[in-house]
Design a protein around this ligand. Structure first.
Ligand SMILES: Nc1ncnc2c1ncn2[C@@H]1O[C@H](COP(=O)(O)OP(=O)(O)O)[C@@H](O)[C@H]1O
Ligand SMILES: [Mg+2]
Length: 477
């Protein structure tokens, strides 16, 4: 980036332009108006003094005229010239007396005094002479006389000059200061922005290790804090992704290795038919496990991609409970479990029947697999305000309290759990239930483990939307 395009240079230049603009404005507007005010004040002062001076001079005798002029000049703080008319065609004046007689020639043809004579009224203004400006007030007196008060504007203009030159110096200093301050302030910001830029590049390149730090409390600090939150979240997602891939490949490898091993053994021609049948049974088990795992992984992938669609139609959880007991009857018998539905009241929920069954299978299978033979497993349907529950209750060893949340994590398996499980069941169950606007809840009571599929209650018959009508959002309340 060229140095002139940096934020520092731009801010510095911007500030300098503002300061220079202010300076020009002061010079073009403020200074001239100041000058005008000072000049006008001087003229006004002379105009005010002129009638008094004129009447005093008019009353004085030829002997006291000079003293009178000096006194008037001192009190009006101006030179006082007394003219007499030399005729009216053309009108002409000659200096009759002057408080500063040495330089009388310069006021001989004063145009304001002449105008006062011709127009017979007081006239005031400025005149320039030999590069000098004067404020003047001329006042006609009876008998063809004119009194002129003249004061040099040199002092007033000099002070304006002084103000102007001071302003220029102050302006230049401000200009330089604004350039420097702007440049350095922006450089500090630019440095922080570059640090954030590098952090963003690191994160974009997949490096989530180094934290994004900026201790500032301003907007940049807040931006850095947002970056840091994003980094942590991405790091978590990345960690979960790696873990998922590692777990999934591990889960796939175990049955594949086992299958490969058995295939090897099967090539041994000396195997007796009984052993062969045993091997075949084990291989089928492994194949079932692989198929289930593949289905589960596919479901999870679809859930993650948001591509898994669920229906939201009336589902009777009570009849799902009956179906589940029928489906698992043979399994329960072989494992010696007493599997039964307890209470069969109609439980109209809103959801996807196939998915509700899938969740029920996961819960029942767990209750059968993770409990000792001979223990009872009960299915119940209950209601809670706005929701319908299908509970699966067993009396097995249960789940330690500190693992209550973890059992819903992907690939989480309790210690000593049946090796056949891959730890995906409950994770899928919960995500599916949430997709239907419901939940899977776990209640741990000493001696009993209760999992519940919670779904929103179906609307009353009248409110159930007909086909092609929008389905209202269900809620648990
Ligand atoms: N009814 C239950 N009784 C005791 N432990 C259970 C029960 N259901 C689930 N668990 C525990 O939760 C873990 C996770 O369950 P799940 O996600 O279905 O995976 P899997 O059954 O494949 O191990 C199980 O490994 C087990 O330790
Ligand atoms: Mg399971």
């Amino acid at each position: 980036m060229s140095p002139l395009r940096s934020v520092g240079a731009r801010l510095g230049l911007g500030l300098a332009v503002v300061v220079a603009g202010a300076l020009v404005l002061v010079d073009l507007i403020v200074v001239p108006s100041l000058e005008r005010n000072l000049v006008n004040a001087k003229i006004h002062q002379l105009r005010e003094a002129a009638p008094t001076v004129a009447s005093e001079i008019a009353q004085s005798s030829p002997f006291t005229l000079d003293d009178q002029l000096q006194a008037a000049a001192a009190s009006a703080n101006a030179r006082v010239v007394y003219y007499s008319s030399l005729g009216s065609d053309p009108p002409k004046l000659s200096v009759f007396a002057d408080s500063s007689p040495i330089t009388s020639t310069d006021v001989e043809d004063d145009r304001l005094a002449l105008r006062a004579l011709v127009e017979a009224r007081s006239v005031s203004g400025t005149v320039s002479e030999h590069d000098q400006r004067f404020a003047e007030a001329a006042y006609p007196v009876a008998g063809g006389y004119v009194v002129l008060l003249r004061a040099s504007l040199r002092d007033s203009l000099r002070s304006i000059h002084l103000v102007r030159s001071r302003l220029v110096v102050a302006g230049l200093i401000a200009l330089l200061a604004s350039l420097l301050v702007g440049y350095f302030a922006a450089s500090v910001f630019a440095r922080r922005i570059r640090r954030l830029e590098r952090a963003a590049d690191r994160i974009a390149a997949g490096d989530f290790e180094e934290p994004v730090i900026d201790t500032g409390k301003d907007e940049l600090g807040q931006l850095a804090a947002s970056f840091e939150r994003m980094r942590r979240r991405l790091a978590q997602v990345e960690h979960a992704r790696r873990e998922f891939i590692a777990n999934a490949s591990h889960e796939l490898r175990t049955p594949l290795f086992s299958l490969a091993g058995f295939l090897e053994l099967m090539t041994d021609e000396e195997l007796d038919p009984r052993t062969q049948a045993e091997f075949m049974a084990t291989m089928r088990e492994q194949l079932d496990r692989l198929t289930k795992l593949a289905t589960d992984l596919l479901d999870l992938a679809r859930l993650d991609a948001g591509r898994l669609r669920v229906e939201r139609e009336p589902v009777d959880l009570a009849s799902i409970a009956v179906t589940l007991v029928e489906e698992f009857d043979a399994v329960a018998r072989s494992s010696g479990h007493d599997l039964r539905v307890d209470g069969g009241a109609e439980a109209p929920a809103l959801g996807d029947e196939e998915r509700a069954l899938q969740i029920g299978r996961i819960l029942v299978e767990n209750a059968l697999v993770h409990t000792p033979p001979g223990t009872p497993v009960r299915l119940r349907t209950t209601r809670r305000d706005g929701a319908v529950l299908l509970t699966v209750e067993d009396e097995g060893p249960g789940i330690p309290l500190d693992q209550a949340a973890q059992v819903f994590e992907r690939f989480h398996r309790g210690d000593g759990s049946k090796a056949s499980g891959s730890g995906l069941g409950l994770a899928i169950a919960r995500e599916l239930a949430e997709l239907m606007g419901g939940a899977v809840e776990l209640q741990i009571i000493p001696g009993r483990t209760i999992f519940a599929l919670v779904l929103p209650k179906a609307l009353s018959e009248r409110a159930i939307p007909r086909e092609n009508e929008p389905v209202p959002e269900p809620s648990l309340q």
